[in-house]
Design a protein around this ligand. Sequence first.
Ligand code: CP
Ligand code: NVA
Length: 310
Amino acid sequence: MAVCMKGKDVISIHDLSTEEVWQIVKTAEMIKMLKLSGQPYTPLVGKTLGMIFTKSSTRTRISFEVGMNQLGGHAIFLSSNDMQLKRGETITDTGRVLSGYLDGIMIRTFAHQDVVDLAAAANIPVINGLTDLLHPCQVLADLLTIYEKKGRLQGIKLTYVGDGNNMAHSLMYGGAKVGMDVDICCPEGYDPDPAVFRSAVEDAKATGAKIQVTRDPFRSVADADIIYTDVWASMGQEAEHDKKVAALQGYQVNAKLLAAAKKDTLFMHCLPAHRGEEVTDEVADGPNSVIFHQAENRLHAQKAILALVM
Ligand code: CP
Ligand code: NVA
């Protein structure tokens, strides 16, 4: 049964129900099919999305902007450097002002609380385009990719190898909602946030997903359907880069690790990749890799989110 999501914020997959997650995946599948068969789908004629960025982006910015155009609406890129935000206007005043002009806001920023505060102040839907804590749109698109490639989500095992960061957090939340096991395999000191881990484990009780943190990548990938990784130093952690590279050496996804997995294991990465660090070229460009398919699915999944909430 369809769930009405009009006006809903998309800040964390933890806040979505299993039905809402599936509705996004299924709507994305339908929207993708319409696009590939050349049929226009324009439910957002006359609507405008504002896109606030305080961090860099290639995929998020372009896929949201193109997505709005394809849905018949319009998107405005708002660099925080050029807004009064930079000169001290609060995020809540910004949210109230923008609510008078726009039909939705997508924001990429550092502090997760800023997105929560923006959503509380705005009376239009707010979509999280990545914070230091979470990256829900990436994972909703990834669920579409896994569903397309494996034909199911329930019972899939995903091993995330690397830093316990925003991607690890959203993957745990996503897996918990759809019954997909998620193993965050990282060295000590690079664990995911304990509060996120606990609430993902709590969410997983409803679906039976096994959410865990482990240390041995070779053991973890042995029965994994998906091997996922992300950069070792995320945006904003540039000063920690060298220290993290040293600490995460044993967690590179390379041919040797892939050889320890099943033949049909998929390799996934949200991109951008730091080739030679968390992943080697032979894996990123090899036959198990679906990284560019994933990047394309950002467009289709986000069009689904926009069409459902705006
Ligand atoms: N994966 C992702 O969000 O990419 P961008 O940083 O290019 O938006
Ligand atoms: N963890 C990365 C994801 C980039 C899409 C970062 O936050 O920089």
